[in-house]
Design a protein around this ligand. Structure first.
Ligand SMILES: *[C@@H]1O[C@H](CO)[C@@H](O)[C@H](O)[C@H]1NC(C)=O
Ligand SMILES: *[C@@H]1O[C@H](CO)[C@@H](O)[C@H](O)[C@H]1NC(C)=O
Ligand SMILES: *[C@@H]1O[C@H](CO)[C@@H](O)[C@H](O)[C@H]1NC(C)=O
Ligand SMILES: *[C@@H]1O[C@H](CO)[C@@H](O)[C@H](O)[C@H]1NC(C)=O
Ligand SMILES: *[C@@H]1O[C@H](CO)[C@@H](O)[C@H](O)[C@H]1NC(C)=O
Length: 537
């Protein structure tokens, strides 16, 4: 049913999309000829589960990111930059709406069987930029709903190549090092399915191009190359036709499974995480080279992460650098992905725009992925969607080195580890961090910190205690000065949200919405254009 509907919509839409590409967009030709101002291009690269300490320029224990480090010397590096949430779907929803999950409705992850996604009356950055005359593309992991109208092609993106959710959701024929080893093909013996409870043995991960599944299961070893190729083609395509473009690349790296085109990490002594980091770094380097050779003076490239490392994956997780969240880890549990400790949401971030953003600059300003939306909208001379509040701010003056004004307060929602989905469990006030709720996420040793509410909150002074090791003594003048400011900030944001137009996401499930290229086939395996390289069952 759903699939037929999707196919029907596709044939209607295919003609619209093709039309757009071959005919000069009226908005673009008008703005393109406006004297002095040319709408800038945007390339947003979002790495998955990357650690603040993974970049050599942040934390020089790692030396696996020469291309990113070069971008840092040619652009601006942010050291107090935060993702809006600590897990995939909420973080992506906030990046694309400029709003916290309590407003846009996305407070935890969507599943393979989710019937819905980012609520349809939320306006995405793709919607706004497309309306402003941009060609828009998303390459990579969407994870904001894949069924019917939730698909990226209906959420402001002209072009889509990628996977609908994380690449550990659904079996593939090329299981990676840290993928649950479920059998990819029917007919495999029960003995081979001993980890069945960890995976989806009958669902093969699909690769979409626009609305069509072009490969299923995905060949993970060639995914990075395909993303790179299509990103480069898109940049060239838009530039040759004089369109401003918005390219959102949501990488599979550094999420598990760690899969490489060249499986060098199979060799004893190889560090799989480091090898994968180098592959990601090379990919980013190729995109940056393409920007430089095609649209150098007029393109903002912004690299950031969706959340911190997935600690329970041990050696297959990245590094939080100095942000160890020791108060939590001392008593068990993770202080990284899924948590509101710094390791969960402080993400490595670089911004590059030749001639506009100062080179080799380090910015200590407190910013967020929530700021990407208002900043790009402003740079594109477009307008924010009406009738709603935003949590991000236009930080273009910070990017250009003309302002040090970031957020004074920043709110960190629960992302599914403890408490209520989306609930604000910690917040920043200047250099202080107040926690109202801690615990709930699994560490490498398997421990899960006990969920604890704190009233009054734990307050850390990050300027002196970046490890979040010792909260301020509640008897001190310092604590007593920060406490009312933190409490008031929390009440204010909750009131602001309560009086805003907020959306509610539908998190219901239906196995029938599982993306499948051939509904008659037991495990959705197909042989289309790309699939020469995978083994048939
Ligand atoms: C995807 O859609 C775009 C237009 O939005 C179109 O130009 C392109 O040819 C489509 N690609 C495929 C492979 O269908
Ligand atoms: C960047 O700045 C650092 C310190 O501020 C300096 O040591 C280094 O030489 C600079 N690098 C470049 C390429 O300008
Ligand atoms: C920005 O948009 C406004 C209208 O929305 C227009 O009047 C103005 O000319 C635009 N500015 C530039 C530099 O294009
Ligand atoms: C909510 O939307 C209505 C129109 O539907 C608008 O009048 C109102 O100002 C909006 N509220 C906020 C907080 O933007
Ligand atoms: C989305 O729709 C719901 C239900 O109609 C409404 O309550 C909400 O305010 C809308 N959100 C926005 C951003 O307009």
């Amino acid at each position: 049913m759903e699939i037929l509907l999707l196919k029907g919509l596709f044939s209607v839409l295919a003609s619209c999309f093709l039309g757009l590409f071959y005919y000069q967009h009226p908005l673009v030709s008008a703005s393109g000829k406006r004297s002095g101002y040319k709408k800038p291009n945007f390339v947003i690269i979002l790495a998955d589960d990357i650690g603040w300490g993974d970049l050599g320029s942040n934390w020089n224990l790692r030396k696996d990111t020469p291309h990113l480090d070069k971008i840092a010397t040619e652009g601006m590096r942010f050291i107090d930059f935060h993702s809006a949430a600590s897990t995939c779907s909420p973080s992506r929803a906030s990046l694309l709406t400029g709003r916290l999950g309590l407003r846009n409705g996305v407070t935890h992850n969507f599943a393979v069987t989710s019937v819905a996604g980012l609520p349809l009356n939320e306006t995405t950055l793709g919607d706004v930029l497309k309306e402003a005359g941009y060609l828009t593309a998303v390459i990579g992991k969407w994870h904001l709903g894949h069924n019917g109208p939730y698909h990226p092609n209906f959420r402001g993106f002209d072009y889509y190549l990628g996977i609908p959710y994380s690449h550990d959701m659904g079996c593939t024929d090329t299981p990676g090092y840290n993928l649950p080893p479920c059998p990819a093909c029917p007919g495999h013996t029960a003995a081979m399915r001993k980890h069945q409870e960890d995976c989806y043995p009958e669902i093969a991960l699909p690769l979409f191009e626009n609305l069509t599944i072009v490969q299923q299961p995905v060949d993970l070893t060639s995914l990075a190359a395909k993303y790179t190729e299509k990103a480069i083609q898109f940049i060239q395509y838009a530039s040759q036709r004089g369109h401003p473009f918005f390219l959102y690349i949501a990488l599979a790296h550094m999420h598990v499974p760690l899969t490489l085109a060249e499986p060098t990490w199979d060799l004893p002594g190889q560090d799989p995480y480091g090898a994968n980091l180098r592959e990601m770094d090379a990919l980013v380097g190729r995109i940056k080279d393409e920007v430089d050779s095609t649209a150098k003076e007029n393109t903002l490239l912004w690299f950031t992460g969706d959340n911190g490392p997935w600690a329970e994956k041990c050696d297959y997780a990245g590094s939080v650098g100095p942000y160890t969240g020791r108060w939590q880890t001392r008593s068990g549990g993770s202080s990284a992905k899924q948590t509101t400790w710094e390791g969960g949401h402080r993400v490595p971030t670089l911004a590059y725009w030749a001639g506009k953003i100062p080179a080799n600059a380090t910015s200590p300003v407190m910013l967020s992925t929530l700021d990407i939306f208002p900043t790009l909208v402003s740079l594109a001379n477009a307008s924010l969607p009406p009738n709603r509040q935003f949590d991000g701010m236009d930080v273009s003056e910070v990017l250009f080195g003309r302002s040090n004004k970031g957020h004074q307060t920043l709110f960190h929602p629960n992302s599914g580890a403890a408490g209520k989905y989306g609930e604000i469990q910690a917040l920043r006030v200047d250099q202080y961090k107040a926690f109202y709720l801690t615990g709930g996420a699994k560490a490498c040793d398997g421990s899960i910190g006990k969920e604890r509410r704190h009233q009054p909150p734990l307050i850390f002074n990050l300027q002196h205690d970046i490890q979040e090791a010792a909260p301020l003594d509640i008897e001190t003048a310092e604590y007593r000065a920060v406490l009312p400011v933190a409490n008031k900030a929390l009440l204010d944001i909750l009131w602001n949200i309560a009086t805003d137009n907020v959306s509610t996401a539908d998190y219901s499930h239906d196995p029938a919405v599982t993306p499948c290229c051939n509904p008659r086939h037991l495990v959705c395996r197909c042989q289309l254009a790309y699939s020469n390289s995978f083994q048939r069952c």
